[in-house]
Design a protein. Sequence first.
Length: 755
Amino acid sequence: MIRFHFPIVIIDEDYRSENTSGLGIRALAEAIQKEGMEVLGVTSYGDLSQFAQQQSRASAFILSIDDEEFTPGPDLDPAVLNLRKFIEEIRFRNPDIPIYVYGETRTSQHLPNDVLRELHGFIHMFEDTPEFVARHIIREAKSYLDGLAPPFFKALMDYAADGSYSWHCPGHSGGVAFLKSPVGQMFHQFFGENMLRADVCNAVEELGQLLDHTGPVAASEKNAARIFNADHCFFVTNGTSTSNKMVWHHTVAPGDVVVIDRNCHKSNLHAIIMCGAIPVFLTPTRNHYGIIGPIPESEFSPEAIRAKIAANPLLAHVDAANVKPSIVTLTQSTYDGVLYNTETIKKKLDGYIPTLHFDEAWLPHAAFHDFYGQFHAMGKNRPRPKEAVVYATQSTHKLLAGISQASQVLVQDSQTVKLDKHLFNEAYLMHTSTSPQYSIIASCDVAAAMMEPPGGTALVEESIKESLDFRRAMRKVEADYGDDWWFKVWGPDYLRAEEGSEPVSADWMLHADEDWHGFGALAEGFNMLDPIKSTIITPGLDMEGRFAASGIPASVVTKFLVEHGVVVEKTGLYSFFIMFTIGITKGRWNTLLTALQQFKDDYDKNAPMWRILPEFCAQFPKYERMGLRDLCQAIHLAYAEGDIARLTTDMYLSNLQPAMTPTDAYAHIAQRKTERVGIDELEGRITTSLLTPYPPGIPLLIPGERFNKKIVDYLKFTRSFNAKFPGFATDVHGLVHEIDEETGRGFYYVDCVKQ
Ligand SMILES: *Cc1c(COP(=O)(O)O)cnc(C)c1O
């Protein structure tokens, strides 16, 4: 049997006292423990809201209150107010956990109705035996715990606890194989028995089949669909990379025209190659910080898309007026947190494009808080498009409590078109292993159940509030430094001052021509910024792409942070990015803040690199004797000399001409008709691979497109920069790095279509 630790929590100021009330409550505690249940006794609420968060670890609360704590009169006295506040804090997150009040006989008359309503019972001191009361409370506590686990997770725990011998794969047989070798023992002890007992194969009928969506798996997917406001939900055990390909393979046929965000995740581009589609791109705005802005609203009209089709050399043979694209895919929440009003997009494209696909890898939390309004794909009480079916693909592992690769496809039927689940499953099977990892399925199940309101709403609200408190704290430090430099958090200028105040969506809208974003004339009400994505700007570059006399490249800051135990999500030229997921804590962002202050201190003193980044310098001794400020300045000057901010922006916004379809270009690899071309010879050549610089990880060139001068200039810059600053090299996927054996010199190539 799996043993869980969910104590019954007793809060009584007399818990340790030698008076009758102390004796009474301790007798109850002992009676509960005798029945095998754990008890945690404390004497005060302490910090109310902190303590209320303990609801996730308890199986019931017993809150004691004495008659003598009451003051006569019509006003509620402090003891009752405290009790009410505590109960409110718990119910804000948890509607179900049993709460009992324990007191003398008259006490219940003093309690207002709104408090009584939230209670599972009132225990009259000394009226019943402690044993009787204990058994009653334990029954309620156990029934509460029994109701916690969602269907699949529950079935998996039952199966793992069952202890039956298995003859099926996986071959480690519930972990036994590991015990036969020393290193296997180590593995077993590290991951623990349950993880291995729960690693079962799909021959176990009672768990249902992921591939057929039956049994407990189906029940869990149905539960998640309800929680996320969708008509259908499919759990995916290989990330949103795979979810995207499933959606595409269900909706796109060879030769189809597809409409896609130019700055989409590469999995969508892989889908284009696999499906044999011909893409027309929607181009997002960018600012010189390298932050990707929204695609202007005007690009979402059928007229604008027809014009793109008409201008595409690969579509010269078709009549743009008669082409219906089969899908539009949009990155809903860019890396930097820019969101679209999805209702506007649905209205504009319904009837023209039958599949509206929102890649919400970074946005699974939005459905649970009113703050996000219409700025996510599927919400409660929203109109259905007349014809278009809406898909959202979400990485539960990125912002919710999924383990790596946990993802889901959500589908909303239109008024006239229902998803055919059997046909969708053909695409699902094409991309799913026949041996899915069951703990990933369980984490999809649990991640969904955790988000059920009000608990999920409370979690999202907490992460938004923490992100706002972080922004306030950063501004306070800035104010304290006066004219001295400090980091900025990218976002609107106006920030409400009150700590912990309710987040207001209106504060986070992007309006036309505001300086802070630099995305130009945006349509009103079309975009907002998700504050939980926090992009931190380092000094040295302005919004026009001009370099200041001195500067602090972000890559140096993030190296520093790594050695101080803070790992950030993404690093740009003069910005880096952190996320306030539902796993965030005050301690975590305070550590970041302190580390940034330490960086400033070391920078201002030009502290020697060997002292502040010893691990990095051990790897790259060339920096040992430099000062931190000197290193920043050297990299800054290299960036300024290459005018790299403007070059990058121009490159991403440059008009890229396809010479053949992505599928045809990619086919050259299998046909062995590629040629490795050096950077200096690249201009005009056609790439067979995706070319993706990290950061930012957004593909620059897609198979079938020709290299233009801007991209070649960028690659030349990268080559000389990487040679000068090892350890800070920009990694470009798709660029082949080969070292000449005789000279030791490195060369960069791209695999191109053979001429
Ligand atoms: C991360 C990401 C994906 C892929 O998700 P995985 O779960 O890592 O496979 C897809 N789309 C976008 C926009 C992403 O950022």
